[in-house]
Design a protein around this ligand. Structure first.
Ligand code: HEM
Length: 246
């Protein structure tokens, strides 16, 4: 979707909406400093997460060249002759394997291994355990995506797993209203407000990178050891040899 200036919709409304926020209990609008803080939080929350996600995706595509080739073939099948310079958002919806590659990487290597902690507001019995009021609860995002009871061969990078359950175009349930088997963006009222933007960014960046270049490992093998920083990054950053595709 694009606005009247031709800009993709997810990029437009955030700052505008902050000017319209009305704090009902305090009966006031946001102050300038609050708007600046929210904008800065938005950049921090968005930049590291997206770049970390992209690094893990590229690492897996370098480690598994046959998956990179398959992705390139999908892109080639969508782009018609003469339309070679830039893959645009209207092409992305026709690339289910592209989306599956990104989902598979977010399952196995979610940029944030924990959600923002929650506090229990009243005593709850969950799975036979009492969770008392005021308990701080943390959700282990990476453990969910690697759960053997839910995912077959969870440590194998296999984008095809997102097709086995349907025709591959079935929309993945990010919000977790139907089922929750992974939650790279969290779920519920505090889930990542920018998950659509993040997916669009990743699809756009990845499709254009793979369309123009071939990525190969610059070392003996890709080391997928993790290191916990603000996001969970590669301990040994990815080093690649990049060749333009002819
Ligand atoms: C691959 C990229 C991204 C991932 C994996 C990601 C993941 C997450 C996660 C797990 C949370 C916490 C959700 C919860 O506790 O339930 C979150 C919150 C948030 N994210 Fe993202 N995010 C990404 C991209 C972005 C982008 C691009 C932006 C902004 C442009 C953004 C802005 C935010 C904000 C503002 C919050 C806090 C929401 C709140 O506290 O209510 N994120 N994100």
């Amino acid at each position: 979707m694009r606005d009247e200036h031709g800009r993709a919709e997810p990029f437009i409304p955030y700052v505008d909406t902050l000017f319209d926020v009305h704090l009902i209990e305090e009966k006031r609008k946001l102050e300038e400093q609050e708007i600046v803080t929210l904008c800065s939080e938005f950049f921090t929350a968005g930049a590291d997460t997206t770049s970390t996600a992209l690094e893990w995706i590229m690492a897996n595509l370098v480690k598994h060249p046959q998956i990179q080739d398959k992705l390139f073939e999908e892109i080639k099948g969508v782009i018609s002759e003469g339309e070679v310079l830039e893959i645009k958002d209207e092409h992305l919806g026709k690339m289910p394997y592209l989306r599956a590659v990104i989902l598979e990487s977010l399952r196995l290597h979610p940029p944030t291994h924990f959600l923002i902690p929650r506090c229990v507001t009243k005593d709850v019995v969950l799975g036979g355990f009492l969770v008392p009021k005021n308990t701080i609860v943390t959700f282990m995002v990476s453990e969910m995506g690697r759960n053997r009871d839910v995912w077959e061969n969870p440590m194998v990078f296999d984008p095809e797993r997102f097709f086995r359950d349907g025709d591959g175009r079935k929309e993945f349930d990010f919000s977790g209203t139907k089922e929750i088997n992974m939650m790279p963006f969290g779920v519920g009222t505090r889930m990542c407000p920018a998950y659509r933007l993040a997916m669009l960014h990743l699809e756009y960046l990845l499709a254009n990178l793979i369309w123009h270049f071939n990525f190969e490992c610059a070392n003996e093998d890709v080391d997928l050891t993790e290191k916990h920083e603000f996001t969970t990054v590669m301990q040994n950053p990815l080093q690649v040899q990049i060749t333009p595709r002819l």
